[in-house]
Design a protein around this ligand. Structure first.
Ligand code: ZN
Length: 162
């Protein structure tokens, strides 16, 4: 094994989220752990939204990255419990998401008000106005809701909390 665990984490940061190409699978919180067993690399991943068709693509992309780094002995394991939550996304990922034009999920996804759809202060990613309204539960994909900014009049996606 020619790499340290830290270096493998760095490689995995090259793996983009299939739905949001500005984010990588590490800052999304999808990669839970990287372990070395003898000379075998074990990568533990947790799927994001179960409805997202991208999930198999992520596992495939992680495998391809390891092959590309000439790591021969590896295993990518999917762990379903505890379930992925938007709270696992790094702060950096939230900033990038907003720059990309998608309102980032609010922290504290366990909050009942959020689950009931009573969102507070979903900020417009363009003009930063909090004067926004939900247009539809479903945006461009099932993991996003469509919002509209009342100030700049632009529609935008909000990345739902789970
Ligand atoms: Zn706006």
């Amino acid at each position: 094994m020619n790499y340290t665990i830290q270096e493998i984490w760095e490689f995995l940061k090259e793996v983009e989220d299939p739905e949001i190409p500005v984010l990588n699978v590490v800052e999304m919180g999808i990669v839970r752990d990287v372990q070395l067993e003898d000379n075998k690399v074990i990568v533990l991943i947790t799927p994001t939204y179960s409805g997202c068709p991208a999930m198999h693509a992520i596992e495939q992309d992680v495998r391809e990255m390891l092959v590309e780094m000439h790591i021969e002995d590896f295993d990518v394991k999917t762990i379903l419990s505890p379930a992925w939550t938007t709270d696992w996304m790094t702060d950096e990922a939230r900033v990038k998401l907003e720059e990309y034009g998608i309102a980032p999920p609010q922290k504290g996804s366990a909050d009942k008000n959020l689950l009931m759809g009573k969102l507070r202060d979903v900020r417009c990613p363009r003009c930063k106005s909090s004067h926004t309204a939900m247009v539809s539960q479903f945006g461009s994909t099932a993991c996003k809701s469509l919002y509209k900014c009342e100030d700049c009049k632009e529609p935008f996606d909000y990345f739902k909390c789970i």
